[in-house]
Design a protein around this ligand. Structure first.
Ligand SMILES: Nc1ncnc2c1ncn2[C@@H]1O[C@H](COP(=O)(O)OP(=O)(O)OP(=O)(O)O)[C@@H](O)[C@H]1O
Ligand SMILES: [Mg+2]
Length: 316
């Protein structure tokens, strides 16, 4: 296997220059730059590699957070709509979607659909999102569309202004937003990174998982310098870990030696119950809360909350 440093050094974010136009750069007066306890914490689950566990992580981490009393909103920003399907939201329940919010045809509060998990809601996705990139190409602040839409959300338990619309938002105040991204570093993912406080990267324990990690991390740096200075790395979660496979161990130790404590101690095992759950429109944690995968996602939520506390203290 190539050492991870070599893999990382070999890549460069070539398409980024097209994605981040100069006029989109964050201005000093942006109210979302300062850390605030009045807003929910916004976490983006991203990795341009397909099938690494982004959606599974968004769904089950969201469920685990809701299970410990947090109010959580999942934003499905992937045209595939797997987070919406996996949380049991049928096509006919997606009347207003993330697409409408992005193009400015609807307010975020009108796109929210409750799931069967108490405390967990979702902004569903539709295939319309496929066209969003093209439609937003000539729009001003195209990288900030989601951030601007989310900027009106108050944090759970806190009241803000009292207009009718604000009342509606306060009823639906969240402590965490989890944005599920498509497997691409496209304008949708850039919008998510621009809106987020921190990124959570699922990394599948297989050799090719390491390819592309440097591009992702460089993209994070680029977004940080030009669009969203507060973007942090919440952590990297190793997914689909297979105890019987030596490569899983090798990948895990390579990633840990390169990224140190950015990698969560919790590892998500490969677990058949996790892969079965979406076809029932249920999170694994609801489908079988005792399986190894569900237990791992509960542990991940606990670890993540701990990190959140630390990140907030540092930011304060
Ligand atoms: N820990 C796990 N054990 C077994 N199967 C898993 C696990 N995590 C995810 N899967 C399965 O692997 C597949 C890919 O997972 P998932 O959809 O979460 O990845 P993704 O990164 O969101 O994919 P995409 O890039 O297409 O959006 C799914 O079929 C899912 O059920
Ligand atoms: Mg997905």
């Amino acid at each position: 296997m190539e050492p991870i440093e070599k893999t990382l050094a070999a890549e460069a974010p070539r398409e980024m220059d097209n994605l981040i136009p100069a006029e989109d750069s964050t201005t000093g007066s942006d109210p979302m730059v300062a850390p605030s306890t009045d807003r929910p914490r916004i976490l983006v689950v991203a990795n341009q590699k397909g099938g690494v566990g982004k959606t599974t992580t968004a769904i089950n981490l969201g469920t685990a957070l809701a299970a410990v009393g947090e109010r959580v909103l999942v934003v499905d920003l992937d045209p595939q709509g797997n987070a919406s399907t996996g949380l049991g939201i049928g096509r006919n329940e997606r009347k207003v979607s993330a697409y409408d919010v992005l193009i400015g045809a609807a307010l975020i509060e009108d796109a929210i659909v409750p799931t069967k998990v108490p405390g967990l809601d979702i902004v569903p996705s539709t295939m319309d999102l496929l066209g969003a990139e093209l439609e937003l190409a000539s729009v001003q602040r195209r990288s900030h569309r989601l951030r601007d839409a989310l900027s009106r959300m108050p944090r759970n338990g806190r009241k803000r202004e009292t207009s009718e619309s604000e009342e509606k938002m306060t009823e639906r105040a969240y402590s965490y937003l989890l944005i599920d991204c498509p497997p691409s570093l496209n304008l949708l993912t850039i919008n998510a990174m621009t809106a987020a406080d921190a990124i959570l990267v699922p990394l599948q324990c297989e050799f090719f998982a390491l390819e592309g990690l440097s591009q992702l991390l460089r993209t994070v740096e680029r977004v940080k310098t030009s669009l969203n200075p507060r973007l942090d790395i919440q952590g990297i979660v190793l997914t689909m870990f297979d105890q019987r496979n030596k490569l899983s161990d090798q990948v895990a130790s390579d990633v840990r030696s390169y990224l140190g404590d950015k990698v969560y101690r919790t590892v998500i095992p490969r677990n058949v119950r996790i892969s079965e759950a979406p076809s029932y429109g249920k999170p694994a944690l609801v489908y079988d809360h005792r399986c190894a995968g569900s237990k791992a996602y509960m542990k991940l939520a606990a670890e993540m909350i701990q990190r959140e506390r630390r990140l907030r203290q540092t930011a304060a």
